[in-house]
Design a protein around this ligand. Structure first.
Ligand SMILES: O=C(O)CCC(=O)C(=O)O
Length: 241
């Protein structure tokens, strides 16, 4: 089965070891610099971990707008070759995000699809989730419902969770889909469709579980409501035609 066929079947694609240990160290260092305020991110681009003492960040958004390193990394050929194979060219970057899941206090991410957060059509966006740390059941690895990307946009409701304001409503998702927990070594990349239902549990471990995410869009994607998009509507091409 080709990576494309596997992605079409499951709604996600695991690419173990996409980045070398040295590249992953560089990502980790860039994340740690960012957390130390270099470069500074505006307050509206970060979300603290609720109740953490001392304070910890839960999320950062759109780092590529503030830090050239994160902008350049979005165009890394290892990433764009696989993603353009799924979405086509020219490949555009929508956003970048950090899900930092700090040691012991990292909170859950409720079941959700990504597209209901955004204002795009058609549903031809994917998120490339890069593991800065090894991920496993004990530190809140991401979990997908296999095949859920074929269900269309499901009803969501307010979650009350900082950084993840939406969750799947009630019984929106059929219970017979298999939940797949993604345990991968650092440097791996897991790509998921914008309609694939996913979640993660709290991080109970003594180490952070940091995920760096790039969201890419196909050439066909258009904005349906610009007022709902933070960060503007200038989407850089990261892999040309
Ligand atoms: O990193 C996580 O725990 C969740 C990530 C997520 O929700 C996403 O990539 O859309």
């Amino acid at each position: 089965m080709t990576p494309h066929e596997s992605f079409e079947r499951d709604g996600f694609l695991v690419c173990e070891g996409m980045f070398s240990p040295a590249e992953t160290d560089r990502m980790r260092d860039a994340v740690e610099c960012l957390l130390a305020g270099d470069p500074p991110l505006p307050p509206h681009e970060v979300v603290p971990e609720p109740g953490a003492d001392p304070p910890r960040l839960r999320n950062a958004f759109r780092m590529h707008l503030y830090a050239p390193y994160f902008r350049d990394l979005a165009a890394h050929p290892a990433l764009t070759t696989v993603v353009a194979g799924l979405l086509g060219r020219p490949l555009r970057l929508y956003s970048s995000q950090l899900f930092l899941k700090p040691a012991r206090v990292g909170s859950e991410v409720p079941w959700h699809q990504d597209l209901p957060y955004w204002a795009f059509a058609p549903a031809e966006l994917v998120s490339a989730w890069i593991a800065i740390d090894d991920t496993h059941l004990g530190n809140g690895c991401v979990r997908f419902l296999r095949g859920s990307h074929r269900l269309g946009v499901l009803p969501h409701e307010a979650s009350g969770v900082a950084g993840n304001s939406l969750r799947l409503a009630g019984e929106a998702c059929p219970a017979d889909l298999a939940e797949v927990a993604i345990e991968v070594p650092r440097g791996s990349c897991v790509i998921h469709h914008c309609l694939t239902v996913h979640r993660s549990e709290p991080n109970a471990s003594p180490h952070p579980r940091r995920g760096l995410i790039y969201v890419y869009m196909s050439p066909a994607v258009r904005v349906t409501d610009a007022s709902r998009l933070r960060g503007g509507t200038d989407f850089p091409v990261v892999a040309g035609a």
